[in-house]
Design a protein around this ligand. Structure first.
Ligand code: SF4
Length: 1016
C-alpha cells in the first residue's frame, strides 16, 4: 500500500505539537514535526516517538480483561461493562454514594473524549470521593484564578510572544515545553524575546535549562516564592511603581492589600529567600518599568506550603504593574470551547466546595478531594469508607504522595475497575481493566490546552489509524459506564428506562457532534442562532492545521462584568495566607532540602515503558552543590540514599554548581521511583496479580539494565579499538579507520573538525547491535596523512573526495554501499555532500548539527538580525582561536584536568573526553604529548568554511536524510528548515545536546539515529 502522510496533534504534553504521521499498510512508518504547523513550526521533542511505540507495543491491552485465580482472562465488552457498572452500583446502593471513589489521571486532560464524557460517570456515581492529578501540582493556580476572576478555568496566560520582560518562577519551559502555557518550542520563543530586546529573568533554586538562556538567574530557597512575590508587590506599592489600567475601576481592596504586604519588605525576606534585598528592589523596578512585562509561576511555586498565595501574587503583580489583560502581559485566552464559560453554564460541583474529607478533614476544592488523602479514605474503617474504585487513565500508586500506602490501599478494595491501556502499578490491582483505543486511533480536540494557549486557535484531528474491530474509544467506555451505573442506581422503572434509552443514543452522541455543540455555544460559535455565522466542526475539518482565532486580546472587563462584581484584592483567603506567611518562615532551614526536577524525556508518570521516549542517560540522579558534597564526603557519580518518613530510594549523585547550596533536586517521578503510570508499565511485563512480589521499575530486564555493562566496555578509553588504514586511490592519503565490528550493514562515521575517529566509541557501542561500525580519521586528523596546512589541502571538497574514495573502497570490500553515513559538524556536511556526489555509495545519511551556511538572502537576513557589529567576511573567529590552541602538553593527565574545566567540555560524557585525550594526542620523543590534529590544520579547516554550497546540491540528495539540530547549539533553526525543505526526503529533529552531540549526549543521539534507521 502507498505511504500516506496524515496530520495529527501530539497529545502527550500541553504543547500540542503538530505532527506528520506517515502511514503505510495501516501502521505508522514515520513521525515527524509538521513544519507547516502554525504553532509548533516543525518542532517536536523525543517523546513524540512514543506515540508509535505505544501503538505497536504488544503489551498494550486491546481487549477487556478480568482478574481470575488463574490469571488475567479476556472477556467481551458487554460482559466487562456490565460487571463494572453492576459491582460499583451495588457497593453504592449498599454503603452510599461515597463508598465508591474515582481517580482521573493526567492523560485524561489530553483527550477530548475523556474530558467531555467523564461527566456521565461522575454524575452517575455522585460521590464526593473524586480525585485527580490536579491536586498534586495544579490546584493552586485554579484557586488563585477563582479568588481573582471568579472561575477556576480563568487562568491568565503569559503573552510570551509579545512581552519585553518575562519573569519566570519555578518553571522550566525549555524542558517542560510549557505548563498552563501552551506554547510549543519555548526555546524559539525565548530567542525571539531576546532578539526583540526583551529580558528573561528566572528565579529557581537550580540553574535550569531555561535559566541558562536567561539574562538573569536568581537562586531562591525552595518554598520562598510567596515571600519574594510579596516583597515585589511591596516595592511596587511602596515606591509607587504601579501603572494605571483599564481594570482599575473594577479593582477593589488595594488599601487592604497594601497593609497586608507592608511587612514584606525586601530586607525582611532576604534571609528566607536567599536573595539580597537590593536585587529584589532592582527586579521590582525593572519589571514595573518595562513597557510590557509578565510574571509566570508554575510547578515550583505550586508545590509549596504557600502555593495558592504565590499563584495569587503572580497575578496581583501583573495587575498592579498594569500588565494584566494587556498584550505582552498576562491575558486570558478566548478558545473556541471555553471551559470557564461552560462551567458557568453548567454548574457542576461548585456547591460542594465547602466539604472536608472524612478522615483528615482536609478541604475539598473544585469538586474533588486531595489525592494525598485517597489511601486513608480507602483504609480507614467507618461510614463513608471507600470500598470500590474506578481509575481512569491514572496511576495514583506511582504519581500521588506516599505511593506505597496507595498501593496497599488498592489491595484492600472490594472492587476496582480501571480504564487504561496497560496493566501498571495501579491497574494490576484491578478486577477488570477496560482498555480504550490509543491516541492515534481516535479523534481529538485539545479542549483543555486551547484554554491555556498563548495564541487563540482551534484544531481538531481525526484518527490517523483505524482501531481494530470492536475496540471502544475512551468516550464510549465512559458513556456506557455512566448510563449503566445510572440505570442500576435509578429507583423507578421509568427512570431506568430513561437511562437505557439514553445509552442507545451512543451512536448519535459521538465526539464530533459533542464538539460541534460546544463550539456553537463558545465565544466564536453561532449560539445556535440560525442567522449567525459561527465556528463549526466542519470548519475545523476543512483546516487540518487548525483555525487561527487571533492573538490573545484583552477580554477581562467583559468577563468580570458578566460574571462577577470585580477583582477583590482583599479576598479573605489570600489575605489570611499573607497573615500566616508573616507568622513564620515557610522555609525549613536544616540539612538539605529535597525538591523535584523535570526532565525532557519524562512525562509526569507516563510512558516509562516506551524505550525511545525515556532513552538516554540515567536521569534518576540527585544533584548537589560541590560544597554540600564536600561537607558530606560525597563524590560525583557516587550513590546516595534518600530517606523520607515513608521510605527510601537510592540514586546516583551528580555534583554540580547549577544547584544552590542546601538544595538537592531529584528527577520528578522518574522511572527510578519505586513503583510506572496511567500509561506506564515495564515493557514485557504482563498483567500480574497483586500477590506477586513487587518488582521495582529499575528491575526491568530491558535496555536500562544492560546499559551499565555497555558503558563499562565503552569506558575503557577505547583500549580495545581495532585500527586499520586504507590507501585512498589517487589521493595520496592513507586514511586511518577505527573498526568496532558488528554484524549488520556498514555505518561510516565522520568526526567534527579537530577530533578523531575514537571519540565515536560511545555511539559506536549503541549502533553495533545493528551495524558494522567504522569511523575515519579525516585528513590532518588522528592517524591519517596530514598534508601541510597551506595550499588548499583542507578545502572541504577535498574531504568530500576523500570520503567518496573511502566509501568506494569499502563498498568494494563488502559488496554493498554504506548503509548509514553519519557525520558531526563539518563531518555532517561532508557526508551529505558526498552522498549528493555519489548517490550509489550512500543509502542513508545523518547530519549531526552540520555546519551549513545559509544562502545569501538568508545570510543577509540573519546578519541584520544579529546584535552588535556585523561580522567581517573571511575572518573566522573559530580559526583564530584554533591557531591559539596549545598543541604540546606535559602529559595527558594535565590536558585532561585543564580541559575538564572548560565550558566546551564541561557537559561532555567524561568517557568521551578521556577518549579524546587518549586517542587525539600522541606521545612525543621528549616525553610530552601533542595534539594529533595540528591547530594550524584545524584553523585551515575553519578558514575554508562556506566554500561548499550545500543548499545548492541538497535537492540532489537522494538518500533519506536525518538532520539533527543541537538544541543547545548556535545554528539557527531557520537554516535547518531551509535545508530540510530542499532535501527530498529529510527528517528534521532537535536533540537536547550541544554541537558536539556524539560526545555530549551519545545515548539520546543513538536512539534518534536508530529510530531513523527503523530500529525503534
Ligand atoms: S513537546 Fe513533545 S510531547 Fe509535547 S506535544 Fe510536542 S512532541 Fe509531544
Amino acid at each position: 500500500m502507498a505511504r500516506e502522510t496524515r496530520l495529527k496533534t501530539c497529545n502527550l504534553c500541553e504543547a500540542g505539537c503538530g505532527l506528520r504521521v506517515d502511514v503505510e499498510d495501516g501502521r505508522v512508518a514515520r513521525i515527524r514535526g509538521d513544519e507547516d504547523d502554525p504553532q509548533s513550526r516543525g518542532f517536536l521533542c523525543p517523546k513524540a516517538f512514543a506515540l508509535a511505540e505505544v501503538q505497536e507495543d504488544p503489551d498494550r491491552l486491546r481487549r477487556p480483561v478480568r482478574r481470575t485465580p488463574e490469571g488475567w482472562q479476556e472477556i467481551s465488552w458487554e460482559e466487562a461493562l456490565e460487571e463494572v457498572a453492576g459491582r460499583l452500583a451495588d457497593i453504592q446502593l449498599r454503603d452510599g454514594d461515597d463508598a465508591v471513589g474515582m481517580y482521573l489521571g493526567n492523560p485524561g486532560a489530553h483527550n477530548f473524549g475523556t474530558v467531555a464524557y467523564v461527566t456521565f460517570v461522575r454524575r452517575a456515581l455522585a460521590t464526593r470521593n473524586q480525585y485527580t492529578a490536579s491536586s498534586c501540582d495544579q490546584n493552586p493556580k485554579h484557586a488563585a484564578s477563582l479568588y481573582l476572576f471568579g472561575n477556576v478555568f480563568k487562568i491568565a496566560i503569559p503573552d510570551v510572544d509579545h512581552t519585553d520582560f518575562f519573569l519566570v518562577l519555578g518553571a522550566n519551559p525549555v524542558v517542560s515545553n510549557g505548563s498552563l502555557m501552551t506554547a510549543p518550542d519555548p526555546r524559539r520563543r525565548i530567542r525571539a524575546l531576546k532578539e526583540r530586546g526583551g529580558r528573561l529573568v528566572v528565579v529557581d533554586p537550580r540553574r535550569t535549562e531555561t535559566a541558562a538562556l536567561a539574562d538573569e538567574h536568581l537562586f531562591i530557597r525552595p518554598g520562598a516564592d510567596a515571600l519574594l512575590l510579596a516583597a515585589l508587590v511591596h516595592v511596587v506599592i511602596e515606591e509607587g511603581l504601579g501603572r494605571e489600567s483599564h481594570l482599575d475601576p473594577l479593582t477593589r481592596g488595594r488599601d487592604a492589600l497594601a497593609a497586608a504586604v507592608a511587612r514584606f519588605s525586601p530586607e525582611a525576606v532576604t534571609a528566607a529567600t536567599g536573595i539580597p534585598a537590593e536585587r529584589i528592589r532592582t527586579l521590582a523596578r525593572g519589571f514595573a518599568g518595562a513597557e510590557r512585562a509578565v510574571c509566570y509561576g508554575r510547578v515550583g511555586t505550586s508545590l509549596t506550603g504557600f502555593a495558592t498565595l504565590a499563584s495569587w501574587l503572580v497575578d496581583v503583580l501583573n495587575l498592579l504593574t498594569g500588565n494584566l489583560d494587556r498584550p505582552g502581559g498576562a491575558l486570558h485566552a478566548t478558545p473556541a470551547v471555553d471551559l470557564a464559560s461552560l462551567t458557568e453554564l453548567v454548574p457542576d460541583d461548585g456547591a460542594r466546595q465547602g466539604w472536608r474529607t472524612r478522615v483528615r478533614g482536609a478541604p475539598a476544592f473544585n469538586g474533588e478531594q486531595p489525592a494525598a488523602c485517597l489511601a486513608e479514605e480507602i483504609r480507614t474503617p467507618g461510614p463513608g469508607r471507600v470500598r470500590g474504585m474506578l481509575t481512569v487513565a491514572g496511576n495514583p500508586v506511582l504519581s500521588t504522595p506516599n505511593g506505597r500506602e496507595v498501593d496497599r490501599a488498592f489491595e484492600d478494595l472490594e472492587f476496582h475497575a480501571a480504564v487504561d491501556i496497560y496493566c501498571n502499578e495501579t491497574t494490576r490491582h484491578a478486577d477488570v481493566i477496560l482498555p480504550p483505543t490509543w491516541s492515534l486511533e481516535h479523534d481529538n480536540y485539545e479542549i483543555v490546552f486551547h484554554q491555556f494557549a498563548v495564541h487563540n486557535f482551534a484544531r481538531y484531528t481525526p484518527p490517523v489509524l483505524s482501531p481494530p474491530p470492536g475496540a471502544l474509544r475512551e468516550w464510549e467506555i465512559l458513556f456506557e459506564l455512566g448510563t449503566r451505573i445510572a440505570e442500576k442506581k435509578a429507583k423507578g422503572r421509568l427512570a431506568k428506562l430513561g437511562f437505557r434509552s439514553l445509552r442507545r443514543l451512543r451512536g448519535f452522541l459521538h465526539t464530533r457532534r459533542m464538539l460541534d455543540w460546544m463550539l456553537r455555544v463558545g465565544p466564536h460559535g453561532d449560539g445556535f442562532l440560525p442567522w449567525r455565522r459561527g465556528l463549526r466542526v466542519a470548519d475545523l475539518l476543512a483546516s487540518p492545521r487548525g483555525v487561527d482565532l487571533g492573538p490573545l486580546r484583552p477580554s477581562l472587563v467583559a468577563w468580570l462584568e458578566a460574571h462577577q462584581a470585580g477583582i477583590d484584592l482583599a479576598h479573605p483567603v489570600p489575605l489570611a495566607e499573607l497573615e500566616r506567611l508573616a507568622a513564620g518562615s515557610p522555609v525549613e532551614d536544616d540539612g538539605l532540602l529535597l525538591i523535584g526536577r523535570r526532565d525532557l524525556r519524562t512525562n509526569n508518570s507516563w510512558l516509562h515503558n516506551a524505550p525511545l521516549a525515556v532513552a538516554g542517560r540515567d536521569r534518576c540522579t540527585l544533584l548537589m552543590h560541590p560544597d554540600d558534597a564536600l561537607a558530606r564526603d560525597l563524590v560525583d557519580a557516587g550513590t546516595v540514599r534518600i530517606r523520607s518518613r515513608v521510605g527510601e530510594v537510592v540514586a546516583r549523585l551528580e555534583v554540580s554548581d547549577e544547584m544552590m547550596p542546601g538544595v538537592v533536586p531529584a528527577a520528578r517521578l522518574g522511572p527510578c521511583q519505586p513503583l510506572g503510570s496511567a500509561h506506564a508499565r515495564r515493557r514485557g511485563e504482563r498483567p500480574r496479580e497483586p500477590e506477586r512480589p513487587h518488582r521495582r521499575a529499575g528491575d526491568r530486564a530491558g535496555g536500562r539494565q544492560r546499559r551499565p555493562e555497555r558503558r563499562a566496555r565503552a569506558s575503557g578509553g577505547g583500549g580495545a579499538l581495532r585500527q586499520r588504514s586504507v590507501e585512498l586511490p589517487g589521493r595520496g592519503i592513507e586514511m586511518a579507520l577505527v573498526d568496532w565490528g558488528g554484524d549488520g550493514p556498514l555505518a561510516l562515521l565522520h568526526h567534527a573538525n579537530g577530533f578523531c575517529a575514537a571519540t565515536w566509541a560511545l555511539l559506536a557501542e549503541a549502533l553495533r547491535p545493528h551495524f558494522r561500525v567504522l569511523a575515519l580519521d579525516a585528513r590532518g586528523h588522528g592517524d591519517t596523512t596530514a598534508p601541510p596546512p597551506e595550499g588548499g589541502s583542507y578545502a572541504w571538497i577535498e574531504f568530500v573526495d576523500d570520503l567518496v574514495a573511502l566509501a568506494d573502497v569499502l563498498s568494494g570490500e563488502t559488496g554493498a554501499p554504506v548503509a548509514y553515513g553519519i557525520g558531526n559538524s563539518f563531518g555532517g556536511l561532508v557526508t551529505a555532500y558526498a552522498a549528493t556526489q555519489r548517490p550509489d555509495l550512500f543509502q542513508r545519511v545523518a547530519m549531526l548539527d552540520p555546519v551549513i551556511l545559509p544562502g545569501e538572502a538568508l545570510m543577509a537576513e540573519m546578519l541584520d538580525a544579529l546584535p552588535g557589529p556585523r561580522p567581517q567576511p573571511g575572518r573566522n573567529p573559530r580559526a583564530e582561536s584554533a591557531r591559539r590552541r596549545q598543541r604540546v602538553w606535559p602529559s595527558r593527565e594535565l590536558a585532561l584536568e585543564k580541559w575538564s574545566g572548560k565550558e566546551m567540555f564541561r557537559d561532555w560524557d567524561p568517557r568521551a573526553l578521556r577518549l579524546y585525550v587518549d586517542h587525539g594526542m600522541r606521545d612525543r620523543p621528549d616525553g610530552q604529548v601533542e595534539l594529533k590534529c595540528d591547530p594550524l590544520v584545524e584553523a585551515a579547516v575553519f578558514d575554508a568554511t562556506g566554500a561548499l554550497d550545500f543548499l545548492e546540491v541538497a535537492p540532489r540528495l537522494r538518500a533519506p536524510a536525518l538532520l539533527l539540530r543541537a538544541g543547545r547549539g548556535q545554528f539557527p533553526m531557520v537554516v535547518f528548515r531551509e535545508v530540510a525543505a530542499r532535501i527530498p526526503d529529510a527528517c528534521l529533529l532537535e536533540l537536547d545536546a550541544d554541537h558536539l552531540m556524539p560526545m555530549h549526549n551519545p545515548p539520546e543521539l543513538a536512539e534518534a539515529l536508530l529510530a531513523f534507521a527503523g530500529f525503534r
